[in-house]
Design a protein around this ligand. Sequence first.
Ligand code: FA5
Ligand code: MG
Length: 382
Amino acid sequence: TVARGLATKQRTSQSIARSDIITGSPQNNVTDTIFDKLGTNLHQRKDHPLGIIKEAIFEYFEQSDPGKFKLFEDLYPVVTTAQNFDELLIPADHVSRSDNDTYYVDGETVLRCHTSAHQAELLREKHKNFLVIGDVYRRDTIDATHYPVFHQMEGVKIFEPSDWEGSGLGEVEYVREDLKRTLEGLAKHLFGDVECRWVDAYFPFTDPSIELEIFFNDEWLEVLGCGVMQQQILDGNYGEGKRAWAFGLGIERLAMILFDIPDIRLFWSEDERFLKQFKAGDLSSKFKSFSKFPPCNKDVAFWISEDFTENNLCETVRGIAGDIVEEVKLIDEFANPKTGKTSHCYRIVYRSMERSLTDEEINSVQDKVRSALEDELKVELR
Ligand code: FA5
Ligand code: MG
C-alpha cells in the first residue's frame, strides 16, 4: 500500500467556513458559486472519474518506485500569497497575481491556483519524493476544457549526485530525461498508445520547462507542465547539492481523455446517469452521453468599459447561469475611430448536460446577464 501523508496543517479541506473565505476585505473576489465548490473534494470519491484517475496515477508511481512517493490529498486549499507565488519565484508583476486571474480571500490569502503552492513547505519538511492532489481555483475563460475549479497533481523527485554521476549525462540533462521518461510512462500506463508531444514552456520555478500535449478530439490538449526545479528553491528549502524535477498535471484533462468525457462541467454532475458509468479501479469505461440536448446561442454586443476583461465577463455569466453556460466566445470586435470606443460581440452558448432548457428559462437568464453587464461591468449595451 501507498504511504499517504497527513495534512501538514491542522486545517484540512474538510473544514471550511464561509466566513473564512468570503471576508470583508476589499480584495475579496470569491463568489458564492466558487465558495460552494470548496470542500467538495471530488478527488476523494472512489467511484468518481477523478478519484479513479488519482488511484491509477498513485499506482503507477508505486509500481515504478515502490514506497518512495508520499501522497498528500487533503492539504488546505487556502494558502498565502507567499506559498502561491513568492516561494516559487513568481515575480511581483506576473499576470497570475492579478485579481483578474486569481481568487483573493484577502490581500495576503488566495485560493491556491496550482498545487505548486505546497512545494516549498513540503521540501522544508524534508519530503524527498511526493505527490500532492487537490482542487485549484482560477478566474478563467469558459469552454469545454476550462473550468474555474479543477484538480491538479503535483509531483516532485529529488536526485543525489550519485544518481547522475557516471550516467554520462550532465546533471540537468539527467534529471530532465528522467522526468520525460517518467511522464511518458505515466501516459502509457493510463492510455496505452496515444499521440503525445513535448513543447517548450516557461515557468518561473523550473528551468528548463516543458509541457506535454495529447491528441484528443481532433486537437492537441495540454495536460501538464513540468521541468527541472529552480536550484534556489531546492537549495533554500531542502538543502544544497541536490537536483530535482517537478510536474503539475491537470486531472480533469487526463480523465476527459481516458473516459472520453466531452465537457469539463460533467465532473460536477450529481446525475446518476453520469456517476453510475464509473467504478473504482476500472480504467476501461467510455462515457456514453445519456442524451444530447440542443445548444442555444445568444449574442450580446456592447461598448467595453476601460477596465473590461474577458475573465470578469465569464465570472459574471457563470454567477448567473451556473453550469448551463457551455462557452463564451468573442465573435466580433471593432473600434469606432470617431469616438475611440471599442465594441465587442460575444456569443454565449447555453446548454445543459442533463436536460432540455426552455426558451423562457434561457431568455430570463440572458436578460439577467444583460443587466449585470451594465450594472457590474459598466459596459454600454448596443
Ligand atoms: C501550472 O499550474 C504549474 N504549476 C505546473 C508546473 C508544476 C510546472 C511544477 C512546473 C513544475 P499550468 O497553468 O500550465 O501550470 O497548469 C497545469 C495544467 O493544469 C495544464 O496543463 C492543464 O492540464 C490544467 N489546467 C490549467 N488550467 C485549467 C482550467 N481552467 N481547467 C482545467 N484544467 C486546467
Ligand atoms: Mg500551461
